[in-house]
Design a protein around this ligand. Structure first.
Ligand code: CLR
Length: 375
């Protein structure tokens, strides 16, 4: 029955939350949701999902030719999906509403060098509050692999599910180990549907398609289907790598499980059961005041400990401080300065790679946040 997974005392709150979804105007951040659905983690932490398999990331530059490297980029992309879209269900029992980052919020992390694969560093900054936009930069210098991107969301309620269109894109830069020229890969982002809202146990299903466009001319397209389409299994995908009009290789399976090269009887392409490595972050006492876990520490403690009054008071304190800062800036006719990224209204890397994407999966221009290089 409806709301079956909602704690008894929060059922009324859940019903009014669902009603409020109908009036939502594309931005879920402003929504007041009942406590059981709140996560103590800020959206600035999410870019870490791109690198929870640091060795798969590092190995991209070891591909022997352009096709092999495109296939390694596709494999790395697929390997991030389980973390990106199912972690909250696994850790907290359902999808949750993350903390809405403040402008200038930072998140720094590292995956240490293991077996000589090189250290991977992560830098995240909240570059916009309205609408919320998160910019990130991930680099493994030794491997010659780096990722720059930004991400935002537009949401719409269908009556039973929330459709989320991701805005933004990422560009992966690879310096091949065999001495070839630097390659760029434009990564567009999939759409998602949040299902299970009515029952009070939200989870994500990916829908439609996204693409990886290489500067070498290779394109990977990934098509997503839920239960019942390709295999009758949830979280399914089919992908293909092509050059020009010629398909070079296809892949299919589950992004949460095993996927295969060619058909479902082909050799294993990727097995999502590979253990992940969570990002390492400095202890809160050593963090700066804009760093996410320190900034939200008291709110997070309130949510985790079931002390929602404390969480609410602390959240209001942070939000009031933000409002005051914006007022002061307006009065001084100054703007908040990004620490690590420079805004461009048309990202040149995006523009040249999107032009190679023949099937109009993405618009010709998009804005971008370019990492300043102060790693
Ligand atoms: C952020 C960018 C990451 C991938 C990702 C995963 C989960 C998404 C999140 C993004 C954006 C915010 C999101 C979340 C799932 C739920 C949450 C859409 C795209 C919304 C704001 C909360 C909805 C509240 C329900 C749980 C009721 O790379």
């Amino acid at each position: 029955t409806k709301g079956a997974d909602v704690p008894e005392e929060q059922k009324a709150g859940w019903t009014s939350f669902i009603k409020s979804l109908a009036k939502m105007t594309g931005d879920l951040s402003s929504m007041t949701a009942p406590p059981f659905i709140l996560s103590p983690v800020s959206l600035t932490e999410f870019p870490a999902y791109w690198c929870e398999h640091p060795q798969v990331f590092a190995q991209i530059s070891e591909g022997k030719n352009e096709f092999e490297r495109t296939e390694l980029v596709l494999k790395w992309f697929i390997c991030t999906l389980k973390g990106q879209y199912t972690t909250r269900n696994e850790k907290m029992g359902s999808e949750k509403k993350p903390l809405n980052p403040v402008l200038g919020e930072l998140f720094y992390g590292v995956w240490p060098d293991v077996n000589g694969r090189g250290e991977t560093r992560l830098i995240v900054e909240q570059v916009s509050h309205h609408p919320p936009i998160t910019a990130y930069y991930i680099e493994n210098k030794k491997a010659g692999v780096k990722l720059q991107g930004h991400s935002g969301q537009k949401t719409a309620f269908t009556g039973t599910a929330i459709n989320v269109k991701q805005s933004g894109h990422a560009v992966l830069t690879v310096t091949p180990k065999n001495g070839g020229p630097e390659e760029k890969y434009l990564i567009t982002l999939p759409k998602l549907r949040i299902e299970g809202i009515i029952w009070g146990s939200p989870y994500i299903e990916l829908t439609d398609s996204n693409a990886i466009q290489s500067s070498t001319g290779y394109t990977a397209q990934i098509d997503y289907k839920g239960k019942g389409y390709f295999t009758g299994k949830p979280h399914s995908y089919k992908a293909s790598i092509s050059k020009g009009s010629k398909t070079q290789q296809s892949y299919e399976g589950q992004w949460t499980g095993v996927s295969y090269i060619g058909g479902s009887k082909g050799p294993v392409f990727f097995d999502a059961h590979l253990p992940k490595e969570e990002v390492s972050v400095k202890p809160i006492e050593e963090q700066g005041e804009w760093e996410s876990r320190r900034l939200w520490d008291k709110v997070a403690k309130g949510i985790k400990g079931g002390n929602y009054d404390l969480a609410g008071v602390e959240k209001s304190r942070i939000e009031n401080d933000q409002r005051q800062r914006r007022k002061d800036e307006a009065a001084a006719s100054s703007n908040w300065q990004h620490a690590h990224f420079t805004y461009v209204d048309s990202d040149p890397e995006y523009q040249s790679l999107a032009a190679l994407l023949h099937d109009k999966l993405t618009p010709a221009h998009e804005d971008g946040y370019i990492f300043k290089g102060n790693i």
